[in-house]
Write a protein that binds this ligand. Structure first.
Ligand SMILES: NC(=O)c1ccc[n+]([C@@H]2O[C@H](COP(=O)([O-])OP(=O)(O)OC[C@H]3O[C@@H](n4cnc5c(N)ncnc54)[C@H](O)[C@@H]3O)[C@@H](O)[C@H]2O)c1
Length: 264
């Protein structure tokens, strides 16, 4: 029989599912048989939230969507409570929601620094803490924290986003050693993934199409990554086949970080 990855019977919570990587993760988790709860900033009746559920159901998965700002403590608590009330358990958390804060280190304001730390670092820790009792009860709980290739290498003007993403690798290590063996904690550091969030980056250049083409050339695989590919990595890491992985953040960037200089 062919090897198959199955998350049947597992309940998954994914943050940031109305767009990009989070949506890809949720859909792949659903295709692997998991029941998927997703949150995002969009209202439940918005086209983006409705589309998320339609696609999840088309993939044959059971799903729910909850509007929640994960930087708000009350909304975070309400999010986790709704999942537990509906399905009675939680086995996998994918803490994905985040956004770019791209500045120069000299120009970054206190406000930008604070917003970035709240969204791209502190909210992950708080969501993990809220989910911990349920993941521990599951006995085979898994937390996947979405970091970035910016955690390992960076370029001018990507501050303080890269600082928060680097700190997430420390969060992964701390939670893994404190919360094992009943919870495994891993990080995933995607490179350039073709999402609306990433398009904002290209749009910041005078010629977005040219910058996109230049970026693709800097990848040994000569393309950008897809949300589905990122989701497939999460399915593997959460599955029984990924069960020796904990405390490490895995870079998946099409070889981009193997290139020392930007000449090809
Ligand atoms: N796209 C890339 O190339 C790339 C590369 C490395 C890491 N990442 C990381 O992947 C994650 C997703 O990025 P993306 O490109 O898919 O972004 P995106 O902008 O396409 O989607 C972001 C999702 O997160 C949600 N979100 C944002 N702020 C939120 C908040 N306060 N509360 C709840 N939900 C919130 C949005 O509603 C949306 O569903 C981020 O953490 C990002 O840093 C992205």
């Amino acid at each position: 029989m062919a090897l198959s990855l199955s998350l049947t019977g597992k309940v998954v919570l994914v943050s940031g599912v109305t767009s990009g990587i989070g949506k890809g993760i949720a859909l792949m988790m659903g295709k692997a048989g998991a029941m998927v709860a997703g949150c995002g900033l969009d209202p439940a009746e918005s086209p983006a939230a409705r589309e998320f559920l339609v696609e999840l159901h088309a993939a044959g998965a059971t799903g729910m969507y909850i509007q929640a700002d994960i930087t708000d403590a009350m909304q975070q608590r309400n999010l986790v409570n709704q999942v537990i009330t509906a399905w009675g358990r939680l086995d996998i958390l994918v803490s994905n929601a985040g956004a770019n804060f791209f500045e120069g280190a000299a120009d970054c304001t206190e406000e930008q620094w604070q917003q970035n730390i709240e969204l791209n670092l502190a909210s992950h820790w708080r969501l993990c803490k809220l989910c911990r009792p349920y993941l521990a009860t599951s006995g085979q709980g898994v937390i996947i924290i979405i970091s970035s290739n910016q955690a390992y290498t960076t370029i001018p003007g990507c501050f303080p986003y890269n600082v928060a993403k680097t700190a997430l690798t420390g969060l992964v290590r701390a939670l893994a050693i404190e919360w094992g063996p009943f919870i495994r904690v891993v990080g995933l550091a995607p490179g350039f993934i073709d999402t609306p969030g990433n398009q904002q980056w290209f749009a910041s250049f005078p010629d977005p199409a040219a910058e996109r083409a230049r970026t693709i050339q800097l990848h040994p695989v000569k393309r950008l990554g897809t949300p589905d590919e990122t989701g497939a990595w999460c399915v593997f890491l959460a599955s029984e086949y990924g069960s020796f992985a904990s405390g490490t953040t895995y870079v998946v960037d099409g070889g981009r970080s193997a290139l020392l200089q930007d000449q090809v």
